[in-house]
Design a protein around this ligand. Structure first.
Ligand code: FAD
Length: 533
């Protein structure tokens, strides 16, 4: 569409936006012709959390980055408009982060999704990589790259998330200790800034925008494509779970495992609250667990812990696993799990990475996927992890907590401190003064994911509110300096909380907003900035 015609169409949209209630202004989807504006849909006002439901005035299904650029250029130039714009991946946020109340939601999945793989020849300088649309799913990238014997190095636990959505946060999983988060594995991006500029950026080209957007919560630009680093993919993996009844031993062994990056390819772990959480801890383990502790017996621990680690097998299907078995055996000798409580299984690399999908399908078939998810994820410095776990276990009830509690270490040096993502520094003793500048930064940071579900058949709105209140309490108490934690996938109600979250990086975050989205058009659902006129 020619720009003047586009502007005319937008003018109509904006006048209507200004004058009408969100439901009235679009008479029919065809009012917007080839621009693929749609009347708002239920989808655009929902997300995985099912806690916040903000209805936009319109939905844009862009066919090219240029359309997004034209929209943002127009909105930046029109001083009367208060319209905001939220890019939406698949809306797997918890608190409406991809929603835009009375604004425009841009559905990133409608951008053409051609995944291009560049495989580096032997001896050729440089890396193998994939060019992928910001709205593509990680599972699509995995399927395509595996055809070339390659795969991205860093993952999330669940693959039906978009590339642009996870890069706006960090993208973490059991590979993060080894390869850094997904935002540490990006070579280049195409971004449309809040001003509508279409920019190709990388660590050496428009690097300020590149770093701002990575972990930038959608505040600075919309990622229309990304160049993702690839590595040789294994055929199969050896997947191991070992159980603990002592928290200190559990964390000591997790830290030992993340120091063995030459042998170990993935490390996670979870708290086993009950018999139920042992067998349905988000991802059922495809091997017989003959571990059945009695949680209520006198003298038994109230909770157990499980370490999960993986060793890649580079051989072709059908070849013996003897070498990997030996690696696992050697590693196991260094660990102090409950005697004989170690279990392993060999699965294909794809099935391992796609493990949460099986759980999704099972929960969907029982009507337990599309329910409210009052999730809370926190980064906790090593020095605060014990106190944090005590706080958590003292707040929730093992009898009613439905869902997994993940807990595993990551290493700070794998994160680029120039990106917008933030990690906590360290916990401070009761008597210690918190430092302002040059804070001491601990290398080991834990991620704790409290991933609970609120099944409406047993949990009313009141019960959901009580869970959210517990989350606020945990987040606030853990944010104090004696624990020193910060939220991952953050959600705060007040500017003061955002300032505290970003700490020493707040000034740079503000300056970047001023440079790339000065009118505060983008990602209003994060609740960080107000739209300016
Ligand atoms: P959305 O929810 O649609 O968007 C998230 C934010 O990013 C919004 O502010 C949106 O405006 C912005 N945004 C979306 N697309 C773009 C774009 N192209 N450019 C700029 N901004 C954009 N996270 C992990 O790190 N590790 C995990 O293991 C993990 N597991 C998960 C498992 C499940 C079942 C679920 C539901 C979520 C999980 N997440 C995990 C969280 C996930 O990373 C976030 O929900 C993330 O936002 C990706 O979801 P999405 O693609 O739907 O993005």
């Amino acid at each position: 569409m020619e720009f003047p015609a586009f502007v005319a169409t937008l003018n109509v949209v904006l006048v209507l936006l200004a004058l009408s209630s969100p439901f009235e202004f679009i008479q029919s989807p065809t009012d917007f012709g080839p621009l693929n504006f749609l009347q708002t849909t239920n989808d655009a006002s929902e997300d995985f959390g099912r806690i916040v439901f903000n209805t936009p005035s319109a939905v844009l299904r862009p066919q090219s980055p240029t359309e997004i650029s034209q929209l943002l250029k127009f909105l930046s130039a029109s001083s009367f408009s208060k319209v905001t714009v939220a890019a939406k991946g698949v809306g797997h946020s918890i608190h409406g982060q991809a929603q835009a109340l009375n604004g425009i939601v841009v559905e990133m999945g409608s951008l053409p999704s051609a995944i291009k793989i560049h495989k580096n020849g032997a001896g050729e300088p440089g890396f193998s990589y994939a060019d992928v649309s910001g709205g593509s799913l990680w599972v699509e990238l995995l399927e395509e790259s595996l055809k070339h014997g390659l795969a991205p190095r860093s993952w999330t636990d669940y693959l039906y998330l978009t590339v642009g959505g996870t890069l706006s946060n960090a993208g973490i999983s059991g590979q993060t200790f080894k390869h850094g988060p997904q935002i540490s594995n990006v070579l280049e991006m195409d971004v449309v800034t809040g001003k509508g500029d279409l920019v190709t950026c990388s660590p050496t080209r428009s690097s300020e925008l590149f770093n701002a957007v990575l972990g930038g919560l959608g505040q600075f630009g919309i990622i229309t494509s990304a160049r993702i680093l690839l590595q040789e993919a294994p055929e199969r993996v050896k997947w191991v779970r070992a159980f603990y009844d002592d928290f200190d031993v559990f964390t000591k062994d997790q830290e030992a495992l993340v120091s063995m990056a030459d042998k170990v390819d993935y490390v996670e772990g979870f708290i086993v609250l009950s018999e139920q959480s042992l067998h349905s801890s988000f991802v059922a383990f495809p091997s017989n667990l003959d571990f059945a502790p009695d949680f209520h017996a006198e003298g038994s621990p109230a909770v157990y812990y499980c370490i999960e680690f993986v060793v890649h097998n580079q051989k072709q299907t059908g070849e013996s696993d003897a070498e990997e078995d030996q690696v696992v055996e050697d590693i196991a000798k260094l660990l102090n799990f409950i005697p004989s409580r170690i279990y392993s299984v060999s699965v294909s690399y794809f099935d391992f990475l796609n493990r949460v999908r099986m759980e999704e399908l099972s929960l969907k078939s029982r009507g337990l996927w599309d329910v409210s998810h009052p999730w809370l994820n926190m980064f906790v410095p090593r020095s605060g992890i014990k106190k944090f776990t005590e706080l958590l276990l003292g707040t929730i009830s093992p009898d009613t907590f439905e869902g997994p509690i993940l807990i595993y270490p990551i290493l700070r040096h794998k994160w680029n401190s120039n990106t917008s993502a933030v990690l906590p520094t360290r916990a401070y003793g009761e008597e210690e003064e918190e430092e302002e500048e040059g804070e001491e930064e601990e290398e080991v940071v834990y991620i704790v994911g409290m991933l609970r579900s609120a099944n409406p058949s047993v949990c009313s709105r009141e019960c959901l509110e009580a869970m959210l209140e517990q989350n606020r309490y945990i987040s606030e108490a853990a944010g104090r300096s004696v624990i020193g934690a910060k939220q991952y996938l953050p959600h705060y109600a007040q500017e003061q909380q955002w300032r505290r979250h970003f700490g020493g990086k707040w000034g740079r975050f503000l300056a970047r907003k001023q440079e790339f989205d000065p009118l505060g058009i983008l990602a209003p659902g994060q609740g960080i900035f107000q739209r300016k006129y």
